[in-house]
Design a protein around this ligand. Sequence first.
Ligand SMILES: Nc1ncnc2c1ncn2[C@@H]1O[C@H](COP(=O)(O)OP(=O)(O)O)[C@@H](O)[C@H]1O
Ligand SMILES: Nc1ccn([C@@H]2O[C@H](COP(=O)(O)OP(=O)(O)O)[C@@H](O)[C@H]2O)c(=O)n1
Length: 419
Amino acid sequence: MARHLKDLTSVFARWASRVFSVELDGAPLYFGLQEIKRKGKAPQVFSKLQNEEEKCYSLLVCSSDRIKREKFYWELKDKLLRNLPPGSDVTNMSSFLPDVKNSLIKGYFLKGKPENSSHIERFLVDLEQQDQVLVCSYSGDEEKQHWTQHVWSNKEVTLKYHVVSAETPTCHPSTLNMINSDVFYCLDEVCEVLIKCGDIIPEASSVLRMLPSRVNARGKPDFPVVVIEGLDATGKTTLTESLRDTLGATLLRSPPQCLSPWRARFDQEPPLIRRAFYALGNYITAEQIYQEGMKAPVIVDRFWHSTAAYAIATAVSGPVANLPQEGSELYLWPSDLLQPSLVVVLTLDPEERKRRLRDRGQLKTDEEEELDHNHLFRRRVEEAYRRISGPDCVTVDASPSADLVLQQVLLLIRGKCHL
Ligand SMILES: Nc1ncnc2c1ncn2[C@@H]1O[C@H](COP(=O)(O)OP(=O)(O)O)[C@@H](O)[C@H]1O
Ligand SMILES: Nc1ccn([C@@H]2O[C@H](COP(=O)(O)OP(=O)(O)O)[C@@H](O)[C@H]2O)c(=O)n1
């Protein structure tokens, strides 16, 4: 057995209990495994194959080093699209043990034309030799009613399972691995990721140096702290600047100015690393809030709500129903991070938001770009904002004039913060 398969004893111990999810046309289709052949219809993933002769493969990225694993998975899609013959199809897939935390393994599902199978298989054998991926191929019987999964190891097929339909899991599989991977809940976990990725991203150590040596990220300042949240172009900058001027407050933002030189660099990295960067930004901003909040009220443009809501909304796909359920621990505020006195989320009709974006004519992050043409993503972000608890957020309609929005938020601040 190949070395990486030995390393994966725990994965194989429960291999037959695993469920596999393949994303087709944006929706996940699930299948499971059985050791004994039983009668039944082929799972949808296979019955949906356009061309009956198509060959299918799955690649699961299994390195035990999570930084390398995320980075390899992140870069693998491009590598597949570059190296596979034309006409091959690559979609996202994953494998997990239902309800078992941290059991999710991410990968890709491939379909190729039968005439390209030797080319594809040569490429997959090479890939497997890199000890980072677990390759399976799938074959159907004559009537394509019954499918078998062949687990590869060192160019050989070592295990075979019968493929069967599986029920849709009660929670989206991505939520199984979210804690301290997509969303961070304590500074130590954030630092651990950034320290470990120093080998492949030298900038990580410069970023870590921006963290004050004695962080008082949980301290409570004397003056109120008001966070303004919302999607891009909902009017956060306009409102936060007016609040600063009206209240004689200090205006801060997360990520803080000191991280600007590295932001574009970390925006290109896989979620684990990118989210750790933004999470660190919140802890640096928290320290600044504490210092400034001893002298005057503080207004903050984006904070932990942004980091968590975008991360959760990106990690799950599909409709809002796929988000972690309301009340889930995933929406809990980190216990070591300063809690603002008030969080206001600005909401805006999608058409008006687009109009403001166009008028501003600015470049957007890929995620903001995504918000524009993916209304499901936008709805997931807005709903995740709403579900985050401890401080909860108050939603304010940002479509009236800038002055009316300001007056409304001032009323909220006066009511909640006694200013
Ligand atoms: N209440 C408002 N009504 C109309 N236009 C607004 C309002 N608030 C902001 N804008 C305009 O919309 C655009 C986006 O606002 P901005 O404050 O930069 O948003 P954000 O900081 O949330 O990205 C700007 O051109 C701004 O002048
Ligand atoms: N505190 C923060 C702020 C931004 N972000 C990320 O940064 C992106 C939005 O930043 P942006 O610069 O476009 O926002 P605006 O300040 O332009 O409204 C989102 O994609 C978030 O993923 C974050 O994760 N945490």
